[in-house]
Design a protein around this ligand. Structure first.
Ligand code: FE2
Length: 392
């Protein structure tokens, strides 16, 4: 019997397949990684109990499971949060100087692990390390009364890792060491967040191509679309970005690097505060962005602002859309169009003390873009925030 997380049934939410013309290369040969999906994202934080409470009450997650000294896990605590197909693991150290404590001391609260569901974790790890990935943890099988789980990890940019998770023979609440610890927050509004659309990494100057190549070689991913710095720049700040995707277009990793501008790029600001490369934002899908943003705002989530002039230019820029522009303007939701349709998106403010990790909320109506046309508007609003911090 397959575990409850064995296969994330996403058909109801899946976008139309990405046409061949949007990828740069022929679809890669099938590999050990072709049947992948997101499994969980693990955050390393200074205080897991409080961070878990924040993500539950602000973003509508439920706490599902817990691991710590009480469950036989020494030196750290982890809370598993769940909402529809989203799973976040919030982990903190109980020690002064282990990997988790050092990660938090250097980077602040941030994303440590983007874990990927695979059919065969050992084969995925072998393929990845053969292709040049650095191993973080060799394949390891863990058992408990609920079955067997196999995990293996490799390094990616900065101190970030990918864990390959094989859970087809596991039907426990999450993994050995975790016990069910359900807690919901009835006063927090339900937000309708569904699953991860993409997860963006910021890397250093001139490193975007190298990391794009990493996802091509190690994961068998193809490049979806590319921006150059002329596309994504304002008067003061610029970046370069490319999007790497698995052949099924479920797992998408945009990679950003700073580009020359008159003032410090927002990517550079991230690299300074994070002390290196790391996850910049996690984009989460909803099928009703207006309802989602109203609920998140009621729960206290703060979003980047967008100038009024953006909405004056909107009808001309994107043409006819189903939504009332007055409501989009009220909520500061952005719209972008490509050949296949349009998408709506908005970005939260940073989710911890440092101006590093944030979320994007995204609804797709046919479009497969990442908001190229919105970058300029977004950057203008990010620069306003940078100006307040004196780092522009
Ligand atoms: Fe994004």
């Amino acid at each position: 019997m397959r575990g409850r997380f064995a296969r994330l049934d996403r058909e109801a939410f899946e976008a139309t397949p990405i046409p061949d013309f949007m990828t740069t290369a022929a679809t890669p040969a099938p590999t050990a990684l072709t049947t992948i999906d997101w499994d969980y994202v693990e955050f390393y934080v200074g205080n897991a109990q409080q961070a878990a409470h924040f993500y539950c009450t602000a973003f509508g997650f439920d706490q599902i499971a817990y691991a710590g000294p009480e469950t036989g896990v020494a030196g750290r605590v982890s809370y598993l949060l769940e909402q529809n197909k989203l799973r976040f693991l919030i982990t903190a150290s109980l020690l002064p100087d282990d990997d988790i404590a050092r990660h938090v001391a250097l980077h602040g609260d941030g994303v440590k692990d983007i874990a990927i569901l695979v059919d065969d974790a050992k084969a995925a790890w072998e393929q990845a390390t053969r292709a040049g990935a650095q191993s973080v943890r060799a394949p390891k099988t863990d058992h408990d009364a609920h079955g067997t789980i196999v995990r293996a990890s490799i390094a990616t940019y900065g101190d970030t890792i990918h864990t390959f998770v094989q859970r087809s023979d596991y039907n426990g609440v999450f993994a050995p060491g975790f016990v069910e610890a359900r807690k919901s927050y009835p006063n927090a509004k339900k937000t309708g967040l569904q699953f991860i659309d993409h997860c963006v990494g910021n890397v250093g100057w001139g490193q975007m191509d190298e990391w794009g190549e990493f996802y091509a070689k190690v994961f068998g991913f193809s490049q979806l679309i590319s921006f150059d710095d002329k596309d994504i720049s304002t008067e003061f700040t610029a970046l370069k970005s490319k999007v790497m995707s698995d052949p099924l277009h479920r797992v998408k990793f945009p990679i950003n690097e700073p580009a020359e501008g008159k003032k410090k790029s927002q990517i550079e600001e991230f690299l300074d505060f994070y002390h290196g490369a790391g996850v910049q934002h996690i984009a989460i899908r909803t099928d009703d962005i207006v309802a989602t943003i109203r609920a998140l705002a009621a729960n206290g989530v703060e979003f980047l602002n967008t100038p009024d002039s953006y909405y004056e230019m909107l009808p001309e820029r994107v043409g006819a859309i189903d939504e009332d522009i007055a409501i989009l303007r009220e909520l500061r939701i952005l719209v972008d169009r490509d050949d296949l349709g349009y998408m709506l998106q908005i970005f939260t403010k940073p989710l911890q003390d440092r101006p590093t990790v944030f979320f994007e909320i995204i609804q797709r109506k046919g479009s497969l873009s990442f908001g190229k046309g919105n970058f300029k508007a977004l950057f203008v609003s990010i620069e306003r925030e940078q100006e307040k911090r004196g780092t522009l």
